[in-house]
Design a protein around this ligand. Structure first.
Ligand code: ADP
Ligand code: G6P
Length: 462
């Protein structure tokens, strides 16, 4: 029998992505997104196994050990990528769970692929987990896995964490085969969410859809108690602080500032290029401030880093075209030779470069229309050991519940974004410190280890 593990994480993506070079050569790079940022230190710390996809279509490579983790790849065919990943996960569930800010598409073959791929993940986890072990399933791509896994391995403790928002009952009810999805989640012993409201939505739904009798934090189902609670996710604070204290990173921050034009104030956006992130609204507000002369290209510059994401999905291609058009228009209208008001980078960065940018930025601008948490907000705060800098933060990011002294903003209201940007730009050193200090304390006290510990304790992992 092959080796088994006491602690197994199951997520759509492995923490590393397989990259195929122009010459056909294959290598590994860090996977995009907040889920991986958050989970990697946990699995490493537990010496656990991680079941996930490599990010490329095709047969799964052999399992391998890296960085204190056992990685167990699950293969997705071209069709699976098309239907399960780009289709049901990112064309149906992702937009619906983010308040339908883009129209969700419903297709039967997508749902069928979602079910068969979920089964494959459940089978891999069932094989890999030791008797009485713990499996922690993650995110909206794998909502059927808990029930499938329980059927295969009733001896396991099964936890599920949803990294994105859980929609209100009326929205969830739009999903075809909705009861099956809900039963999938109810296969877990503990279902974790970013916000208490999400847990309430979920519990309420068990009453509405399945006629169960939910209590404040749990519901009886199939002779078991399923607990549903909020566990706001966080970041590896020590990693960010270490980078921020590194003299090379600090020198890089100074170099960046100098290159961008010594005295200009630096606004910064860092996001996956996703329609939930409110990048267009942010650019619109900035463009209007330039147009009405409230700020000028001589005084202010915006750096927008946009990580390529889900680029085969039509909505993401269209978003890219719109954002790049908007950037071109602003630079064309308000730029000067050798000095652009927007620096747009459509690329991934390494952690040191990212932290250097956080240190360089006067104002971090985070304006999602809806976001489960938003780890970039917490990373910015953790990096600012100098208690300087200002955070403009959407009310609709989960992080807003904890980072209450940020300049909070309604991202649907361009006037309000303009107001918050100006308040942040005008805050003096004293106000910046007064706002930043409590946020830094909050993030330091609630880092990723504490999050995982809280969840695993509630799950009853020994
Ligand atoms: P999401 O999970 O929706 O992508 P989060 O803000 O929660 O959003 O997490 C994003 C994660 O990806 C953060 O850890 C952030 O540092 C990282 N990240 C964002 N943009 C880039 C980039 N251009 N290059 C490298 N990492 C990035
Ligand atoms: C968000 C989701 C993750 C996802 C990540 C990157 O953080 O919650 O589940 O992995 O975005 O998206 P991708 O589609 O590239 O995995």
């Amino acid at each position: 029998m092959s080796e088994t593990y006491e602690f197994v994480v199951v997520a759509n993506r492995l923490p590393v992505d397989e990259v195929v070079g122009a010459d056909g050569g294959r290598s590994w790079a860090r996977s995009p997104g907040g889920l991986v940022s958050a989970l990697q230190p946990i699995v490493r710390g537990h010496g656990g196994a991680w079941v996930g996809w490599t990010g490329q279509p095709g047969d799964a490579p052999e399992p391998f050990d890296t960085d204190g983790m056992h990685l167990h790849p699950v293969g997705l065919s071209e069709d699976d990528v098309d239907r399960y990943y780009e289709g049901q996960s990112n064309g149906t569930i992702w937009p619906l769970f983010h308040d339908a800010v883009e129209q969700p598409t419903h297709r039967r073959p997508w749902r069928q692929a979602y079910e068969s791929v979920n089964r494959r993940f459940a089978e891999a986890a069932a094989q890999l987990t030791a008797v009485d072990g713990t499996v922690w399933v993650h995110d909206y791509q794998l909502m059927l896995v808990p029930a499938m896994l329980r059927e295969l391995r009733p001896d396991l403790r099964i936890g599920f964490f949803l990294h994105i928002p859980f929609p209100p009952v009326e929205l969830f009810m739009q999903l075809p085969r909705r009861a099956e999805l809900l039963r999938g989640l109810l296969g877990a012993d503990l279902v974790g969410f970013q916000r208490p409201l999400a847990a309430q939505n979920f519990l309420q739904l068990t009453g509405r859809l399945l006629g169960l009798d939910p209590q404040e934090q749990h519901v009886e189902y199939d002779g078991r108690t399923v607990t549903a609670r909020a566990f706001p996710i966080s970041i590896d604070v020590a990693e960010v602080e270490k980078l921020a204290a590194d003299p090379d990173v600090q020198a890089e921050a100074r170099r960046m500032r100098h290159e961008l034009g010594g005295d200009r104030r630096l606004l910064l956006g860092v996001d996956r290029l996703d329609y939930t992130k409110g990048i267009e609204q942010r650019l619109e507000a900035y463009g209007e401030l330039l147009a009405d002369g409230t700020v000028s290209n001589d005084d202010v510059v915006l750096v927008q880093v946009a990580t390529p994401s889900r680029m085969r999905v039509q909505e993401y291609q269209e978003l890219r075209a719109r954002v790049e058009h908007q950037v071109g228009r602003i630079n064309g209208e308000f730029g000067a030779v050798g000095q652009a008001p927007v620096h747009y980078l459509f690329q991934s960065m390494n952690r040191a470069e990212l932290v250097a940018l956080y240190l360089a930025a006067d104002v971090m601008v985070i304006t999602p229309l809806r976001d489960g948490m938003n780890l970039v907000a917490k990373e910015y705060v953790a990096a600012r050991y100098d208690d300087q800098g200002a955070l403009v933060l959407s009310e609709f990011a989960g992080a807003a519940a904890e980072l209450t002294t940020a300049f909070q903003v309604n991202p649907h209201d361009v006037e309000d974004i303009k107001r918050a940007l100006m308040d942040a730009l005008n805050a003096d050193a004293g106000e910046q410190a007064e706002r930043m200090r409590p946020m830094r304390e909050q993030v330091r006290d609630h880092d990723i280890d504490r999050w995982a510990q809280d969840f695993l304790t509630a799950l009853g992992k020994s």
